[in-house]
Design a binder for this molecule. Structure first.
Ligand SMILES: C[S@@+](CC[C@H](N)C(=O)[O-])C[C@H]1O[C@@H](n2cnc3c(N)ncnc32)[C@H](O)[C@@H]1O
Length: 225
């Protein structure tokens, strides 16, 4: 991965003027997009795993990419079972090319978050903590509805986990997320600058190496490996 990483360029300087309208609309409706078969299969294999393992705690690392963060979280939480999901087979495969063995308390699944999250909520599965690390922030104002907090699946996040942690290199993304989270749960989450010595993803490491500040939003203390 390149050491230099360009900072966000956008004409959006404040939370989007339509943020509240879009989030409120989703809070009042039900996301009905049919669940794809491959996501059902991934969910089934997840259920089979946890039935055998019966873990004390479950942690979810959504959009885990190559799974660097999933490994770190698993190593830091030996009593928890950490599930990394990503839609990209290619990225997940990279995780297997590192030569190290995958932590025993982790599982990688190829699935789309919007389906996997809904299946978990329908099944009553509640993760101890949910990480959303470095979502592509979609910084153009016209990209508003591509962001997680303006996605119709966003309301499901409330019942998916007890705690949530988001990280991004675009402070405004964190700000919008906290505003949407407040609308969803009534909780006011703090935005914190991530200390340079504690990257938990390859993206974070890249941004820090390029001198960019990265931001974290968490309903608990920020995770420090
Ligand atoms: C910017 S990368 C971040 C990867 C990782 N969290 C990290 O920080 O290194 C975004 C990842 O999200 C995945 N992704 C995007 N949309 C997704 C979706 N709807 N469901 C599952 N994965 C998704 C992409 O495949 C990609 O690996």
């Amino acid at each position: 991965m390149q050491a230099f990483s360009r900072s966000i360029t956008t004409s959006q300087q404040v939370p989007h003027e339509r943020l509240q309208e879009v989030v409120t609309k989703h809070l009042k409706s039900i996301y009905k997009k049919p669940i794809q078969e491959h996501n059902r299969k991934a969910f089934k294999s997840f259920l089979e795993h946890i039935e055998v393992i019966n873990p004390a705690e479950l942690i979810l690392d959504s959009c885990c990419g190559t799974g660097f963060s999933t490994w770190q979280i698993a190593q830091q939480h030996p009593d928890a079972y950490v599930v990394g999901i990503d839609q990209s087979e290619k990225r997940l495969e990279k995780e297997n090319r590192t030569g190290q063995s995958v932590p025993e308390n982790s599982l990688f699944l190829r699935a789309n978050c919007e389906d996997f999250w809904r299946l978990c909520v329908a099944e009553g599965i509640v993760f101890k903590k949910h990480f959303i690390l470095y979502p592509n922030p979609y910084p153009k104002p016209s990209h508003l509805t591509r962001r997680w907090h303006t996605h119709p699946v966003f309301p499901y996040l409330k019942n998916l986990s007890q705690q949530i942690e988001l990280r991004t290199n675009w402070r405004l993304y964190a700000e919008e997320f906290t505003q949407a989270w407040q609308l969803l749960t009534g909780q006011n989450l703090p935005i914190k600058a991530i200390a340079a010595g504690h990257p938990i993803t390859l993206f974070e490491r890249k941004y820090i190496a390029s001198g960019q500040q990265v931001w974290g939003v968490s309903s608990d203390e920020l995770f420090v490996p």
